[in-house]
Ligand binder design. Structure first.
Ligand SMILES: [Zn+2]
Length: 261
């Protein structure tokens, strides 16, 4: 048996900031930057949305106690480890059919990076521009938390959505965009009335990952062309800060230059 892993104690697990009257951004500061996903809370009239849920180290529902006062739907932009950790805490869960199996049987059962992903995957990420000098997905743990107890919990996907489906909160309506490339069932939520896009990992303001075993560069290029044509005002992405249409165009064009030639 290897010796138990002991890390510094984090008094608070989540941080948050208010984006506007309806949108709050939460994140996990002690998760390494590569895996620190944006957790979006969108307040609706009849129903709230939580878009992606982080690593699942601590209870997200407990953290959001003051924000959640009505039925809530947890959407997964895709099934990667860093986006689905707390979906199991929600009774109403939405994902694309190609990603749902990852929520229902999440593979990650350790916070040790090499044990969780394998040395080959770690080498690939380093080649993609991510400095992975850490051994663990976290640099601290909540009080009393035993490193070895971590494993992601299965969620029940109650609604599978595909291109063109609508996710409605009573006062706002989001169209599901199927944006494959990073993963086969990646989706975005598009609100045409405000030009707001929740993009997941289809696009964010950092090195994009298109060489994972489940990625597809040809599909990714098509997704970029599609995003270029979208009359976007703001993109709230799966990682990194939000950005406007001009930055979206820079990111999409930069990708297409390197990948489509
Ligand atoms: Zn991802």
């Amino acid at each position: 048996m290897p010796a138990p892993v002991v890390l510094p104690v984090a008094r608070r697990w989540f941080e948050r900031t208010t984006i506007d009257h309806a949108i709050t951004l939460l994140w996990e500061p002690h998760v390494i930057s590569l895996m620190r996903c944006n957790i979006w809370h969108l307040r609706g009239r009849d129903r709230d949305l939580v878009i992606d849920t982080g690593m699942g180290v601590c209870s997200l529902v407990e953290e959001m106690g003051d924000l959640l006062d009505k039925p809530v739907t947890a959407v997964a932009t895709h099934g990667h480890d860093d986006h689905i950790g707390s979906h199991h805490e929600f009774a109403d869960v939405i994902a694309h059919p190609l990603e749902a199996p990852l929520l229902e049987a999440p593979p990650l059962d350790t916070l040790d990076i090499v044990r969780g992903w394998g040395a080959e995957a770690v080498a690939m990420l380093t080649a993609s521009g991510y400095q992975l000098d850490a051994s663990y997905f976290v640099d601290a743990l909540p009080p009393g938390y035993v490193f070895e107890q971590y494993r992601q919990q299965p969620a029940r996907v109650t609604r599978r959505v595909v291109e063109g489906d609508i996710i409605d909160t009573g006062d706002r309506s989001f169209e599901v965009l199927h944006l494959p490339g990073h993963s086969p069932g990646s989706i975005g939520l598009w609100e045409a009335a405000t030009g707001t896009l929740f993009s997941g990992d289809a696009v964010y303001d950092g090195p994009l990952l298109d060489e994972l075993p489940e990625s597809d560069i040809v599909q990714y290029c098509a997704t970029m062309e599609r995003l270029l044509a979208l009359p976007v005002t703001v993109v709230h992405a799966g990682h990194d800060p939000s950005f406007d249409r001009a930055r979206l165009h820079e990111l999409c064009r930069a990708y297409l230059v390197t990948r489509a030639g």
